[in-house]
Structure formats: structure tokens, C-alpha cells
Design a protein around this ligand. Structure first.
Ligand code: PLP
Length: 267
């Protein structure tokens, strides 16, 4: 060990799918976590075939490979928070459940990923219901957008409040994101068991984005790893995500990719 090493940054274990375009998934997680001054420890749960336009295929990894990756990190590093992204099928939900049961005291952010930004599916069978039944109760907070909340709550036309009424039967805290509506002002609603609902508003930015949900959930996990209190962490992560969308770039033919790190990172 090098003498006078600075102490390590808080470590966030993220379990997510790989997106080869680099816009969403594990790369989004790593960038957003680094931007919070945390260290990202990425475990891959699934591989996807996609670009900024849409997803054409995905493959969920074997249970043993995922557990081996995560346990290698957990047995070595003082992980301070866990972030869940794409899980892809019910078997992977059960695998993650097994892992989480061994670390019940770590803050857990669950992003219930069901579709890609372009609309293609990222989950097989009833993965959403398995997430609702098994993972939402364990999560410190879950972060569905309104379409995901409607699927999880089984209310196809439900408002955020109606979906929350159902989902708060399963959740400690729930952030329903309003980005998929059309209003010029986006309302993101934080529901908690013990406190009043908080509404965080921001101005809608033009364009469609790829990886905004991953960015938000990972930034939030980073803030919790730093010890920030939940409502404040949600606000910090939402504000950070909004800036990454304001500064987004269009490297492909489809959606914009959030700019999560400063361009002068190396200087
Ligand atoms: N995880 C993976 C691996 C993905 O490929 C995607 C979208 O393509 C997502 C998560 C969710 O993306 P978003 O943050 O746009 O909701």
C-alpha cells in the first residue's frame, strides 16, 4: 500500500445490464456514481444488443456468474450502497434477492427497468411483478417512471398518486418520475411511509434521452453512500440528472445520451 493514501471513496455496488451504446446500463451507472465522488463496483446482470435507437435482443447472465461477481466485491470492499438496474427475468430477481438478504443494512436503490428508452422490452415474463413482490419491500427506495409504475401497480391508466397507493403497500419509499408525461413542467413525486409526499419539479427539456433513469438511480445510490439523508439525496440526484440531460449529446441516430461527467475530467 502506498503511504499516505487518501481514504477510499464510498463504494456503490451496481448490478445492471450492459448497453453497448454506452448510454444506459452499467456504463451510465459508473459515470453517474463517479460524478458523485464515489467509486463504482459494477456487476453485470445481462447483456443487451442495442444502440441509441432501440434494443434488438438481450441475454440474462447465469445466476452463479452474477453471484460470483458481486460476492467477489462484497468480500473485499466496504460497499456503502447497492443499486439495481436491469435484471431481465424472474430467476435474476431471485438471485438478487438472495444477495440482498445477506446485506440487509445497506441502502438499496431499485430501478425497476422494464423497457429501454426506445420502447423495446428489457424484461422477460412477469419480471415486473417479481420485482414488486420481492425487491420493492427490501429497497430503501425504488425509482419507476410513470409507465413502469403503471405496470407494477397493474393500473394501465393510473395517475402517479393512484399507482403510489398500490405500490406503497410494498415500498418504504417510492420516487415516481414524471418525465414520460408531456407537461412543460415535470413533477417527480417522492412517497414515504412516514412523511408527506414531496413533489420536485423541473423544466422539461426537448428531446428523448437514453439512460436518464439509470443516471438518476445511480446518482441517488451515490448520494446515499455518502450519507446524505433520503429527501435531500433525491433532490441532489434529480438536479444532477437534469444537468446531464441539459448537456446531453447525440452520438448516434436516436436518443440523446446524458453527459454525466465533465469534459475536462483529465485536465
Ligand atoms: N439498463 C439497460 C442495460 C438498458 O439498456 C436500459 C435502456 O436501454 C436501461 C437500463 C434503462 O434505460 P433508461 O435509463 O433510459 O430508463
Amino acid at each position: 500500500m502506498i503511504a499516505n493514501n487518501p481514504p477510499s471513496r464510498p463504494i456503490v455496488l451496481c448490478l445492471s445490464g450492459h448497453d453497448p451504446s454506452g448510454g444506459a446500463g452499467i456504463q451510465a451507472d459508473i459515470e453517474a456514481i463517479l460524478a458523485q465522488q464515489c467509486h463504482a463496483a459494477p456487476t453485470v446482470t445481462a447483456l443487451t444488443v442495442q444502440n441509441t435507437v432501440n434494443v434488438s435482443d438481450f441475454r440474462v447472465l447465469d445466476r452463479d456468474w452474477v453471484l460470483a461477481q458481486a460476492n467477489a466485491v462484497l468480500s473485499d470492499m466496504p460497499v456503502a450502497a447497492i443499486k439495481l438496474g436491469m435484471l431481465g427475468n424472474i430467476e435474476m430477481v431471485d438471485t438478487i434477492l438472495e444477495l440482498i438478504h445477506q446485506h440487509p443494512h445497506l441502502p438499496l436503490v431499485c430501478d425497476p427497468v422494464l423497457t429501454a428508452g426506445g420502447g423495446g422490452s428489457l424484461g422477460k415474463d412477469d419480471v415486473g411483478y417479481a420485482i414488486r413482490e420481492k425487491l420493492l419491500p427490501l429497497a430503501t427506495i425504488s425509482t419507476p417512471n410513470l409507465p413502469e409504475a403503471r405496470i407494477l401497480a397493474e393500473l394501465p391508466e393510473g395517475s402517479a398518486d393512484q399507482c403510489a397507493e398500490v405500490l406503497m403497500n410494498y415500498s418504504k419509499n417510492l420516487l415516481i418520475k414524471g418525465g414520460h408525461a408531456t407537461d412543460p413542467i415535470i413533477s417527480n413525486r417522492l412517497y414515504s411511509q412516514s412523511k408527506e409526499t414531496l413533489i420536485f419539479t423541473c423544466q422539461r427539456l426537448p428531446g428523448n434521452f437514453h439512460g436518464s433513469g439509470c443516471t438518476l438511480a445511480s446518482a441517488l445510490a451515490g448520494r446515499l453512500a455518502l450519507g446524505e439523508e433520503l429527501a435531500s439525496a433525491v433532490k441532489t440526484a434529480l438536479d444532477y440528472t437534469w444537468r446531464t440531460l441539459r448537456d446531453a449529446e447525440a452520438p448516434g441516430h436516436g436518443q440523446y445520451i446524458p453527459r454525466r461527467l465533465p469534459l475536462d475530467f483529465c485536465s
